[in-house]
Ligand binder design. Sequence first.
Ligand SMILES: [Zn+2]
Ligand SMILES: [Zn+2]
Length: 272
Amino acid sequence: MPNFICMTCGVQYGESDSPPTSCVICSEERQYIGWQGQQWTTLDRLRGDHRSRIEPEGSGLTGIGIEPSFAIGQRALHLRTAGGFVWDCTSLVDEAVVSRVRELGGARAMGISHPHFYGSMVEWSRALGGIPIYLHEADRAWVMREDRAIVFWGGDTLEIGPGLTLIRCAGHFAGSTALHWADGADGLGALLTGDTVMVAQDRRTVSFMYSYPNLIPLGAGAVERILAALAPYDFEQIFGGWTGRNVREAGKTALRYSARRYLRAIERGDRD
Ligand SMILES: [Zn+2]
Ligand SMILES: [Zn+2]
């Protein structure tokens, strides 16, 4: 039986004879049903009409996206660190991904920022040797394909390797997570955020939303909570969830500046 993939958010579902009537993730206020109506594909079809786009994204970091662009245009990142790690996920895992990850030294685990990046995570895990997938337990209800590779973690942080820490920031989703890599950015520290913290188009600042496509902002309390969760960590660079969406310098200053700007805008309405 096939595992259908929603063409709007890219999430793969558990086995079913026929496609689900609608996508649970896209039917919710943070996402949307595609303008052509609910559409589904499968991994086999995706392998036929798309391919992986693999490119260096930073020091020790390789970006893995899909071309032509698929779903919300998500990308995954491979971290070249002890044993290798895959952060976030896409809907497509193919031979090119498997052989590149092997060349890069493999991967011993995966972690995903939030449900919009779950993609075909179970297929990725299996293709890379059955590696564990770390998801925050607060988002358990959004897992559309259960698998024993999935490891739900709880609490606010989880060190999953030397200098590699999952940090629950919440905000966009209750379990929205960032990954801190202490040795990233040539030892200055890197923060990988998906859209828990969104790198803005200027690639010098970031922003925060409850829903990006439907433009629902986060309240002050949620933004302050994200800042507090990230305060103990140093990082020079921030890598968002899309190709090229990276802050290359003074990442932590950019985060603090951007949060102050955001809070000023929503609290005082200073652009009335
Ligand atoms: Zn969907
Ligand atoms: Zn999202």
